[in-house]
Write a protein that binds this ligand. Structure first.
Ligand code: XMP
Length: 511
């Protein structure tokens, strides 16, 4: 969409790790809008978008063995730059300083001695912090040291003329109050920002833009039951009311009770035009014999759009398609420097002959911001805070071939799992919890009889945006209750296992 959603902007240069998203979220928490760009694009973006500041974020590499670099011109545009750990090395390298490679894999603890607290270290006292690996031996011309540590003289440097700052901080520091204070000082003291980014302003601006873009045309929007598509629909509905028709393609891979929820909420509560298409048979048929995860995803993604197009034709002359693409989808699908891991169907898998113009009002938002927008638009709390759910739904939580009996079984198991989590008051402590029906069967015993039934995987993770995740530490008695209930109520399952894999190296979903 055209037009600016923000008055103040920080650009973050992504050197190929997901840390740049962490930096971005920390900045947005400070009510400052920011965007992630690749090193190759930053100069052009800085010239056209004129940000108030730039952050060269960290990476896991080293300039000695990595080709990551940025044009020197960037440092002469008069835009303040904060270069953190790997970004610091890149800046020093480009501006003619010298680095020494240190063979430290883990960041090490040191005590920070501040020499100048007029800007970046304003109101910050000496404190313990974590040093990143390679050291700056010789600082570039025009720079001065503003903080050091015991054996490391150039922990923080500044070029006061050009307002360039380098910090040999480990990125883990961003979680601490030291890291937060430094970031706040950069934003508000150095870049002189006011912190104007908020969700009310975002909603007003987006609504205005949608109205302008759509005019008197018609828009259709696919509802999936997830937060992203729901918030998209609400935003578009706020802008153009009855010109929007929502199409709920029920692919049959939803959780228990979810399809009914979608229909009642949007028709009755929000008074929207809603077409409910029960396409479950069609989808299951298409997946017959398909076991390869990417193939499943592509088939579902494409079919989803095809059903849409059929329905849209029935509705008539819809020109636009509104989609719930969010910022991490945009980055994970390869717009930044990070590599493509899975084809998330709302970005990568669109058919090439798509007949609509796209409206993606949440493209610039992180999940937590999407939820805030949802709350402001009056979405019921249980929908706003519902755990994320993948577009292809339960089909990628059934390992191997997807069949109707397996779907019904998984729905029941999942409902028991979530019910117990809620009963124990843990639902809001967990980012995402779900069951996976494996295609492995094992031997068990029930009432002295041998059984041969499925193994069910339980997954629960914590994460801040799905990019990295760690498994949730359930109390044993909760796991005990869950597994007992599932095996008692569902004889088709005779073994329950708990997934203790972090992301990376695993992903959250199994397929
Ligand atoms: P992974 O499995 O990639 O998942 O670690 C990260 C987050 O994304 C969700 N996910 C999807 N969301 N369409 C979506 O809208 C998809 O195709 C898709 N695949 C995974 C997943 O549930 C987790 O929250």
């Amino acid at each position: 969409m055209k037009g600016r959603l923000y008055q103040e902007l920080i650009l973050i240069v992504d050197f190929g790790t997901q840390y740049s998203q962490l930096v971005a979220r920390r900045i947005r928490e400070q009510h400052v809008y920011c965007e992630i760009v690749s090193p190759g694009r930053v100069l052009e973006e800085a010239k056209t978008k004129k940000p108030q500041g730039i952050i060269l974020s960290g990476g896991v590499g080293s300039v000695f063995d990595d080709k990551a670099t940025i044009p020197e011109e960037l440092f002469n545009l008069g835009i303040p730059i904060l270069a953190i750990c790997f970004g610091y090395q890149v800046m020093v390298h480009v501006l003619g300083g010298k680095l020494v490679a240190k063979d430290i894999k883990q960041p090490k603890k040191a005590t920070l001695t501040i020499k100048d607290s007029s800007d970046l270290f304003f109101n910050i006292k000496e404190s313990a912090f974590l040093l990143s690996q390679d050291e700056v031996k010789e600082i570039p011309k025009g720079f001065e040291v503003i903080a050091s540590a015991e054996t490391v003289p150039n922990v923080a440097i500044r070029d006061p003329q050009r307002k360039l700052y380098g910090l040999q901080f480990s990125l883990e520091e961003l979680h601490t109050s030291l890291g937060k204070s430094v970031l706040q000082n950069f934003l508000f003291k150095v870049c002189k920002l006011q912190g104007l980014w908020d969700m009310d302003q975002f909603i007003n601006e987006v609504v205005k833009q949608i109205k302008e873009k759509v005019g008197t045309d018609k828009v259709i929007c696919g509802l999936s039951g997830g937060v992203d598509s729901a918030v998209t629909a609400l935003l578009v509905h706020k802008a153009i009311g009855d010109q929007l028709t929502c199409i709920f393609v029920d692919h049959g891979f939803m959780r228990q009770g979810e399809a009914e929820d979608v229909v009642t909420t949007y028709r009755e509560r929000f008074n929207m035009n809603l077409v409910h298409v029960d396409a479950s048979k069609r989808f299951v048929k298409l997946l017959e014999g398909i076991t390869e995860p990417e193939q499943k995803r592509k088939i579902i993604g494409n079919e989803f759009i095809r059903v849409f197009e059929e329905e849209a034709k029935k509705i008539g002359d819809a020109k636009f398609l509104a989609q719930g693409t969010v910022y991490p989808d945009v980055i994970e699908s390869g717009s930044g420097s990070s590599s493509v891991i899975k084809s998330h169907h709302n970005v990568g898998g669109l058919p090439e002959d798509l007949q609509f113009e796209l409206i993606e009002p949440l493209r610039d938002l992180f999940k937590v911001e999407v939820r805030k927008v949802g709350e402001k638009l009056g979405m019921p709390a249980e929908m706003v805070w519902r755990h994320p759910f993948p577009g292809p739904g339960l089909a990628i939580r059934i390992i191997g071939e997807v069949t109707k009996p397996k779907l019904d079984l998984l729905r029941k198991a999942d409902a028991i799992y979530i019910d117990e989590i809620k009963k124990h008051g843990l639902y809001n402590d967990i980012w995402q919890a779900f069951c996976v029906l494996t295609n492995t069967r094992t031997v068990g015993v029930l009432d002295d009889e041998r059984t041969y039934a499925y193994v069910l995987g339980l997954r629960a993770v914590n994460s801040s945006d799905g990019m990295t995740a760690n498994w949730y530490r359930f109390p044993y008695e909760v796991l005990d209750k869950i597994s007992n209930r599932i095996m008692k109520e569902l004889p088709e399952i005779n073994r329950v296992v708990y997934d203790i894999s972090p992301k990376p190296p695993s992903t959250i979903e199994w397929e």
